[in-house]
Design a protein around this ligand. Structure first.
Ligand code: HAM
Length: 405
């Protein structure tokens, strides 16, 4: 039987591979303008890292992690996201001891056992950025502005940035009580998952994707009404900064995000066209401490490369600036053609020596089909004269040129 790729795991090829690289290049370009440094993280971590950060009651940890044992029986996981790993690395390498604050970014595949559909895969790619050591809301504003800049540079339209504040630990305690009381009142309408995690983590109910649960929590108490003075001030300042930066946003007081580590600011850039979140993030001021580091406020975001790719237009397929060398003759011609290729590449030209067999007509047809702009024809006469014949495939014009000095 022919072997196919695993469900939810995809090859990315042709035009899509170009789009994939474009998202990555633009995100890197923007992150460079904000002076972020790259961190290259491993794909495998101890499963416990995600249990303790993303949270035991989240869908990601409960249902979606690829967990396996290594030969010594240690429980490992394919990373479902990059924040936990970045925090782990921040603590492990004692980065906090070296500078007052850090700005790191990462790129790579993430793995979640979700039901595959358009824009949702089991292996997908994220580009994420994390800031450590900054508590003030101007950092939140910059993180949201970065996501806005990336979307703008990619010319992705119809996206709304939604924001909310989840407050600090104290605010959450008061809110928890009020929310639980409300949830008990609508318990009949909740799914079994929500009922079982309600006591342990009532906030998760607000993030449930089941329609009846979504409907049931519409009228629930809102966390913004429970914010302490500091958290409220943080949130108000953030909104002021976003306005000053001309970043359009919408407040969504039901936005809680699917991961447990968030505090204060959370946000998502949602595509109206796809009905999916493209970029998401927020603050996680306790996570570094909870994972064994010193108290360090932190925040960040991650974008889904495949989701952004779905919204990119196809590039126009014009002629490509490729020099396609067509040698015909014996090995002397090939020797000359190899040297011509070398000389052109030294000039910075993109050169392809034809590996195709067949006469000149077939070769030119092939060059045309591949949309190569220049055919570089080399026969015995050209070798004798020390030149090449260059045919411009777009205009059809032909000229002789000396390439090798
Ligand atoms: P997240 O919301 O779980 O956040 O994922 C971020 C983005 O990854 C999503 O908005 C989406 O574009 C993409 N994504 C997630 N799951 C899938 C999937 N199954 N298929 C395709 N794309 C997907 C985080 O991961 C946090 N670590 C973000 C963060 C960074 N918060 C603070 N710092």
């Amino acid at each position: 039987m022919q072997i196919q790729s695993v469900r939810g795991f995809h090859d990315i090829l042709g035009k899509d591979a170009k789009k994939f690289r474009k998202v990555s290049e633009i995100a890197r370009e923007v992150l460079k303008l904000y002076n972020f440094e790259e961190i290259i993280l491993p794909v495998v971590e101890y499963a416990e890292l995600f249990q303790r950060s993303v949270g035991e009651t989240t869908d990601i940890v409960q249902k979606e992690m690829f967990v396996f044992e290594d030969r010594k029986g240690r429980k490992l996981a394919l990373r479902p996201e990059g924040t936990a790993s970045t925090v782990r690395a921040f603590i492990q390498h004692k980065l906090y001891a070296l500078r007052p604050y850090w700005k790191l970014f990462y790129e790579g595949p993430m793995f979640r056992y979700e039901r595959p559909q358009a824009g949702r895969y089991r292996q997908f790619h994220q580009i994420g950025a994390e800031v450590f050591g900054v508590a003030e809301p101007h950092a939140d504003a910059e993180i949201i502005k970065i996501t806005y800049d990336i979307l703008e540079k990619l010319r992705i339209k119809n996206v709304v940035v939604e924001i909310n504040s989840l407050g600090c630990k104290k605010d959450r305690e008061a809110y928890r009580e009020a929310l639980l009381e409300y949830l008990y009142g609508v318990k009949e309408e909740l799914c079994s998952d929500c009922i079982s995690r309600m006591e342990r983590n009532p906030l998760r109910v607000l993030d449930c994707k089941v329609e009846t649960c979504k409907e049931a929590v519409k009228e629930s108490p809102k966390i913004v009404d429970f914010l302490c003075d500091e958290c409220r001030e943080h949130y108000e300042k953030l909104k002021g900064y976003l306005k000053a930066l001309n970043v359009p946003f919408r407040e969504n007081h039901n936005l809680v995000r699917g991961l447990d580590y968030y505090t204060r600011t959370v946000f998502e850039a949602v595509s109206d066209d796809l009905g999916l979140t493209l970029i998401a993030g927020g603050r996680y001021d306790y996570l570094v401490e909870e994972l064994g580091g010193p108290p360090t406020p932190a925040l960040g975001f991650a974008l889904g490369v495949e989701r952004l790719m779905l919204l990119l237009e196809d590039e126009e397929e014009g002629f490509k600036d490729v020099y396609f060398i067509i040698p015909f003759g014996d090995e002397r011609v090939y020797e000359y053609a190899l040297k011509v290729g070398d000389a052109l590449r030294k000039q910075g030209k993109v050169v392809e020596l034809s590996y195709r067999k067949g006469g000149l007509k077939k070769q030119l047809e092939f060059a045309n089909r591949m949309r190569y702009k220049y055919a570089v024809i080399i026969g015995e006469d050209e070798v004798k004269e020390g030149v090449v014949t260059i045919k411009d495939m777009e205009s059809g014009k032909q000229r002789k040129e000396k390439i090798i000095p």
